[in-house]
Write a protein that binds this ligand. Structure first.
Ligand code: FMN
Length: 205
């Protein structure tokens, strides 16, 4: 059965706009696929620790060379990789935080971008192993970055496209929930526009 991996990263719980739009999208996609299962990795509620000495060492050596502490760290990272590899569809939600993604999401990426598992090096350069997935990125931001003078200050979308593409995920749609700092009315409009875009994309899926 097909499955959806929903990765939300805001620490703001029910107040999070990126999570709200992404959860709705995942549910709509799931309903459309007759109950396709949704695995929700809520990084805001359960943050992934930043890379440390043990994890960086563990994920770069073969299983048989790891000590007990490294084995536990690698197992955790492996589980995140397995969740990603098992998904046909990935929905990722983040706010624009100081022009980039929530650091919780960065930690998730640092755990799933694994040589030999989600990408590998060849004589002709790196190739992504997590291909064939449809990815939706929901980005919420105080300002407007999809068009206009601030486009170049949005480092979240180019970064995500680069790192996801490196792992083989190149079919990426971005849903903006933007201009939410311009007052409650603007925020409502931004949510409505993002939901309309989500519906459109879900219909086309
Ligand atoms: C620490 C912090 C940094 C932020 N940096 C930016 C930023 O660089 N640009 C921007 O437009 N909005 C910025 N914002 C506003 C958030 O992008 C906005 O509140 C968004 O809705 C957060 O996502 P969430 O609702 O899913 O938590 C920032 C908010 C916080 C709390």
């Amino acid at each position: 059965m097909s499955s959806i991996l929903l990765v939300t990263s805001s620490p703001r719980g029910d107040e999070s706009l990126s999570s709200k739009v992404a959860i709705d999208l995942a549910n709509t996609l799931s309903a459309k696929g007759n109950g396709t299962s949704v695995i929700h990795r809520d990084l805001g509620a359960n943050p992934i620790p930043h890379l440390d000495t043990v994890t960086t060492s563990a994920i770069r050596k073969p299983a048989e060379a790891r000590n007990a502490e490294e084995a536990a760290a690698a197992e955790y990272s492996d589980k995140l990789v397995d969740e990603l590899m098992a998904a046909d569809t990935v929905v990722i939600a983040t706010g624009l935080i100081n022009f980039n993604i929530y650091s919780t999401l960065k930690s998730w990426i640092d755990n799933v971008a694994r040589a030999g598992l989600t990408f590998r090096y060849t004589e002709n350069g790196p190739i992504g192993l997590a291909s064939g997935k449809k990815v939706y990125v929901v980005l919420s931001s105080g300002g407007v970055y999809s068009e206009g003078p601030a486009v170049g200050m949005n480092h979240a979308v180019p970064y995500l496209k680069t790192v996801l593409g490196f792992m083989g995920m190149t079919d990426i749609e971005v849903i903006y929930v933007e201009g939410v700092a311009f007052g409650p009315e603007a925020a409502q409009k931004a949510i409505a526009a993002a939901q309309a875009r989500s519906e459109e994309l879900a219909l086309a899926a």
